[in-house]
Design a protein around this ligand. Sequence first.
Ligand SMILES: Nc1ncnc2c1ncn2[C@@H]1O[C@H](COP(=O)(O)OP(=O)(O)OP(=O)(O)O)[C@@H](O)[C@H]1O
Ligand SMILES: [Mg+2]
Length: 266
Amino acid sequence: MELVRMQAPFVLVTGGKGGVGKSTVAANLGVQLAREGHRVLLVDLDLGLANLDLLLDVGSGATLEDVVHGGLRLAECVRTGPAGLSVLAGGSGDERMGRLTDDQRHELLQELRELSADYDIVLGDSSAGIGPDVLRFAAVADRVLVVTTPELPALTDAYGLIKAMDQLSRRDGLDVPTPEVVVNLAVDVEEGTSVANKLRAICERFLSRSPRQAGWLPRSRSVAAGAAHRRPFALAEQRGLEQLCLRQVSGRLQRLIPRPTPALVS
Ligand SMILES: Nc1ncnc2c1ncn2[C@@H]1O[C@H](COP(=O)(O)OP(=O)(O)OP(=O)(O)O)[C@@H](O)[C@H]1O
Ligand SMILES: [Mg+2]
């Protein structure tokens, strides 16, 4: 089946393990990029167990479930979040969403492609694991961010995910990008760097791939409080370490957004 490419840079935030901070990273990157004046579409691609809407307080309304099973258009599901961020919420608890057919996934991506024309960047928050959704969404992404924590199980699963993406690339001749790594819940910059270096060394040795580090985030009370109060820490006025770290990652993504060509002065 032909790959569906978006009309704006598409960034998939994923990670091998559950609970490592994928949604936290995706939501706050979305808010940060929107604060910087970009037109951002944030999509909850954790299809069976979506919860981005809870992190962002975007109210209730139609979800991707209504698109796949209710015949709604994707554009009818867009909600407005903080800083003018556009959010496509997913449904939760419908087991059919957890096992989309290739055709359903293809149609969803086609709709997303149409909608993406109105945005500067599209961010997807994915589920954990190496299921077909994650791998197929990664295959059409311009940038994949793999979130891990310093813990060995998370790091092992991050490697497993990168390996699965690599296998898919080879098997189907797809150009799946080598992911970039975000180390979440690190103690300090040294730990963030050493964890990312460890993962890169393993990938270089066994996969001949060299995933760069996109950044890191500290374990922080304001990150957790932001989630609990539905007010992402990217909105906070005082600039803590977590905000500096977030801006390092968002700065890298910003470079994917084409700048308008300046009009020629005659
Ligand atoms: N840097 C951080 N500091 C403190 N708490 C954090 C940080 N990052 C994430 N958390 C907390 O960890 C929990 C899991 O985060 P999150 O939901 O973003 O993970 P996830 O990878 O999306 O999980 P799932 O696999 O279930 O989708 C949340 O309660 C979140 O607030
Ligand atoms: Mg999540």
